[in-house]
Structure formats: C-alpha cells, structure tokens
Design a protein around this ligand. Structure first.
Ligand code: SAM
Length: 325
C-alpha cells in the first residue's frame, strides 16, 4: 500500500499555491443558477492539525502557510525573480492586510477554522489546516454536489469522520475508490457544470500517465468541464512532460487553459557542514487548469508575485503564468 500521507505536507508551499487557486475557482464556480458537480479524485484526510505529530515532524508548513503570515524581512534583501516584482532592494514587505483578493480569501478560510488566530494574528494559534474537501465544501451552495475519492484506508477513515461532522448530508459523498477510474460515470454531469480537482501524490511513476489519460478521457466525455491538476516540478521526465501533455489535450480539444508555476528555491543538491548531501525537498509546483474561469488569470497575476515574495527561499524563487485558447 502507499506510504504517502498528506498530513506530513499539509500547509506547505505547494498547498498554498494549490489551495489559493482552489479557493478562487470555488468562489467563482459554486452557487450559480445551475448546479455544479465537484469531483475531488484524490481527497486526502480533509482536515489536518498543524500542531500534530505529522506536520511538526516534517516542518513543511513552516516554509508554507506560516511564512505567509510573517512579514518577510529577509525577502526585502532577496533578488526575487518574480516577473512583476520591483528590482533588487525595492521589494516591499507584504503584510496580510496588503494581500491581494485571492490571498485574502485563502486567509479568511484559515481564520474561519482558527478563530484565535483571527483574533490575535499570532500564527501560534494557526492549528487547523483545511484540505481540498473542506475548502470545496465551504463554497458549495444549494444543489451543488461534492464527490470525494480517497484510496488510503486510514486517510479514508479520517476523511469520512471529518466530513460526517460537517452534517452536509447527501451533498457530499465519500468513497474509498481509485479516483482516476471513479470519475468516469460522473461525466457529463446532469447539470452540465462540473469541476474535477485532481491532486495525486505521484508516489507511483504511473500517476503522471494516469492523470493525462484521465483528463483526455474526461474532455472527450465532457469538453466544457473545468479540469484542475496539481503537479510537482521536479527533475523527472514524467513530471516535466505532464503539463505539456495537458496543454496538448486542451489545444486539441480547442479549450482554454492556464498553467501557474511557483518556485520557492533551487532544485540543486547541497552539502551540510559535515559534508552530507542535503536534498532540497520540493522546489516548485504547478497548477494546470483546462477551461478556467475568465477571472482566474488576473487573480493569479496578483497572487503569484506576493506568494513568491513571501515564500521564496533563495534567488531562484519566481513564478510563471501561461495561458492559451
Ligand atoms: N487533495 C488533497 C488536498 O488538497 O488536501 C491532498 C491529496 S494528497 C496530495 C493525495 C491523496 O491521494 C493521498 O491521500 C493518497 O492516499 C490518495 N491516493 C493515492 N492514489 C489514489 C487513487 N488512485 N485514488 C484515490 N486516492 C488516491
């Protein structure tokens, strides 16, 4: 069985990019006149403790969500390659009150789950972190529906318990199934409005190919759905090819697409004082969206430079935002 557990990574820089984008998507797509079907193919546990054993062991949230709310004194000195950031020495410190709208919405979500954090502004009180199921559920309205798939038995159990406490009834369903396959019968949805959120662990090399096969099949079934894929940017051919394959699928189907990449640090191996090789951890990740709302690009154009200034760890930090169609 898999060893990946999202609890070790909750609130890291990839989650900040992923979930800020997800909030913007949900805010736009949910609660319209026609019902929206949201399918989260790789749901995780739904809710995470940032002061729990897993998260504290990995410390990844320290360089992610915690950093977002700390004024980046050192960011001022960095020569950050953000496309719209001013030249060296002129990078303005960003306080949470200066956040762009997408980051404000993301912060509001965290404040809602952590009232004492909202009251004090002290990140010591930022203890609960929402995964994609909780984020999406927060925005559902009326006839919107959410279907969650999670294959890891332990995370499935946590997810089921976490969702049960929301009392969302039949609006949210949870299944311990392979999300790549489980998606098929739901497309096209009866209301002809759907968003598919696909966030695999990529623990198995085959996940990369399965993502593009799943998206290719989904577009054939339902060309106007919004397809959202998170992917790691790592020196591995499959990872490199995935956004290119997704772009080809979108272009062939004549659908618009958006690709947002955020880099926080160099991908090079380094050595520590004792000469041991230190792996950098995940340096960058991306969000590829087919049929994005027309508002998303402008929102990410504002959010990405702020995220880079706040989360960038060295002079390799930067972002790219491409679109087409
Ligand atoms: N989407 C979640 C979020 O944003 O909070 C995080 C998901 S995590 C990156 C990936 C999850 O997919 C893990 O919990 C893993 O157990 C699960 N998983 C792996 N393969 C799967 C599959 N084929 N179908 C469904 N879930 C799978």
């Amino acid at each position: 069985m898999f060893s990946y557990r999202h609890a070790f990574h909750a609130g890291n820089h990839a989650d900040v990019l992923k979930h800020t984008t997800l909030v913007a998507l949900c805010k736009y797509l949910c609660g319209k006149d026609a019902a929206l079907s949201v399918i989260d193919t790789h749901a995780g546990a739904g809710l995470y403790r940032l002061d729990g054993d897993y998260t504290e062991t990995s410390g990844e949230a320290t360089d992610g969500v915690f950093r977002l709310f700390q004024v980046p004194i050192d960011a001022v000195a960095h020569n950050i390659r953000a496309q719209t950031a001013p030249k060296k020495g002129a990078v303005k410190a960003i306080f949470p009150e200066d956040f762009c709208p997408a980051l404000q919405d993301y912060a509001q979500l965290l404040h809602g789950l952590n009232p004492k954090f909202l009251e004090t502004g002290d990140t010591a009180h930022l203890k609960i972190y929402p995964g994609s199921p909780f984020i999406i559920q927060k925005f559902l309205e009326g006839r919107d529906k959410l279907k969650l798939f999670e294959l890891h038995p332990t995370d499935f159990k946590s997810l089921s318990a976490n969702i049960a406490q929301l009392g969302a009834g039949r609006q949210v369903t949870v299944a311990c199934e392979d999300g790549f396959e489980a998606l098929k019968p739901f497309l096209p949805p009866p209301s002809r409005r759907a968003m598919v959120f696909c966030d695999p662990s990529y623990e198995m090399k085959s996940d990369y190919a399965r993502v593009s096969v799943m998206v290719g099949d989904a577009i054939k079934r339902f060309a106007t759905g919004t397809y959202v894929v998170w992917y790691p940017v790592i020196p591995r051919p499959e990872a490199h090819d995935l956004p290119r394959k997704l772009k080809t699928l979108a272009v062939k189907a004549g659908r618009p697409w958006l690709n947002a990449v955020m880099t926080v640090k160099s991908s090079k191996l380094t050595t520590d004082d004792s000469g041991e090789v230190v792996r950098p951890g995940l340096p960058a990740s991306g969000m590829f969206i087919i049929n994005p709302p027309h508002t998303l690009k402008a929102q990410l154009q504002l959010a990405l430079p702020q995220m880079v200034v706040l989360l960038g760890q060295d002079r390799n930090a930067g972002f790219a935002l491409d679109s087409g169609g």
